[in-house]
Write a protein that binds this ligand. Structure first.
Ligand SMILES: *Cc1c(COP(=O)(O)O)cnc(C)c1O
Length: 392
């Protein structure tokens, strides 16, 4: 029996997978069971931010596994305290909460927003609506699925959680209308600066400014879901820096611990005290091994010049892509890249790339690249040569 047959016999079929069994990785190259190598433009889904088995990361993770792997949240560890200090100081947030995934980070944000309003305005005010954007993606738990603004996700699992209302992304009038229709009932607006799963769609600066202006008028919290865009991915530690705004809450996950499950919810002073003892928790949240991996990632991303190198590599990708006739246009920021094709189907291209030794992602009708943040120019050239050949 092959690995794939064995796997499918025992694992639920909730994913469409490629016929590829990966065995190991080094740098930005993965190797399958037969020894075939693949250049990686996907990093999992933006998760292996330092590539495969980065030396410093492996050392930090192994050292932590040798010292203490879990303590429960009844006790403290230094590795968690160090991680939280580094992240809060680097991002300018007051405090953070530890979870294990993007969805969990967003659940925490949703709970903070609702309790912030509950505490301040009382239960009778029913000030609990969270406005999210059409075409957004916030996760797969019942709460975050309800928050997600795509009808395709709102099926089968009825009833969904009430209290989420959608506004059109990049449509200021629609945002204002939705807020006016729900006046006095909205506790937060939640958004991705660049919609990832929605097809690498950046919000305009004007629209983001409008969110912040409207929210400021009515004490509505702003929640940035930077689960995919955060931790250097778009060329700054947080993407909000490029928009010149500071959300009340920011969530991070994917690339934060270099491939180990983690999710954090960062909160500003205004709402960092909302979660009091007993109001929220997660058994695995703040796992010391994850924090050790996170410390290695943060140490790298915060090195002088590292985020600048991400922006430069992003530019290099764009220049290379512009030379391919089949490429209609390129969207995204930094090393979060969506490629519009003229006539070819993204799914077919991703499959063909895999055949030729290149791992890429798709998002809606686009090709999507989320390469490891420390990818080299040589590796970009290697992958782009494969892609250019296939798109000929
Ligand atoms: C991936 C993603 C999530 C969900 O993260 P999980 O770790 O799969 O729960 C939420 N928001 C955004 C923007 C994402 O890209």
């Amino acid at each position: 029996m092959t690995t794939i047959e064995q796997f499918n016999e025992h694992v639920m079929g909730s994913y469409g997978r490629y016929d590829l069994v990966l065995e190991k990785g080094e740098g930005r190259t993965a190797t399958d069971e037969d020894g075939k190598q693949y250049t990686d433009f996907g990093s999992g889904i933006g998760t292996n931010s330092l590539g495969y088995c980065n030396d410093k990361w492996v050392e930090a993770v192994c050292a932590q596994a040798h010292s203490i792997q879990h303590t429960s949240n009844y006790y403290y560890t230094k590795v968690q305290a160090d991680f939280a200090k580094t992240l809060c100081e680097a991002t300018g947030y007051d405090k953070m909460f530890f979870g294990n995934s993007g969805a969990e980070a967003n659940e925490c944000a949703i709970k903070i927003a609702r309790k912030y309003s509950f505490d301040k305005y009382g239960a009778d005010a029913e000030r609990n609506i969270i406005v999210t954007l059409e075409n957004s993606f916030h996760g797969r738990t019942m709460g975050t699925l309800s928050a997600t603004g795509q009808d395709v996700f709102h099926n089968y699992f009825f009833p969904f959680l009430p209290g989420f209302v959608n506004a059109k992304a990049n449509d200021i009038d629609d945002l204002k209308n939705v807020l006016a229709q729900n006046k006095g009932k909205v506790c937060a607006v939640m958004f991705e600066f660049v919609q990832g799963e929605g097809g690498v769609v950046p919000l305009t600066k004007e629209f983001v400014n409008a969110i912040f202006e409207e929210c400021a008028k009515d004490d509505i919290l702003t929640i940035a879901d930077e689960v995919q865009t955060g931790v250097g991915r778009t060329g700054t530690l947080l993407t909000c820096e490029q928009y010149g705004v500071k959300p009340d809450i920011t969530t991070l996950a994917k690339g934060l611990a270099g491939g180990i499950p983690i999710g954090v919810c960062l909160a500003d002073k205004k709402c960092s005290g909302v979660l009091t003892p007993g109001t929220h928790g997660s058994t695995f949240g703040g796992n010391p091994i994850a924090c050790a991996g996170g410390n290695a990632v943060l140490a790298t991303v915060l090195e002088d010049g590292f985020t600048k190198s991400i922006r430069e590599k992003g530019e290099y990708f764009r220049k290379k892509l512009a030379e391919i006739p089949e490429v209609e246009g390129v969207d995204g920021l930094g090393l979060m890249i969506g490629v519009r094709l003229k006539s070819k189907k993204a799914g077919d291209i991703a499959k063909a790339c895999l055949e030729k030794g290149l791992l890429i992602l798709t998002a809606k009708t686009k090709l999507r690249f989320l390469p490891p943040l420390n990818i080299s120019y040589e590796e970009i050239d290697r992958g782009m040569a494969i892609l250019a050949e296939i798109l000929k």
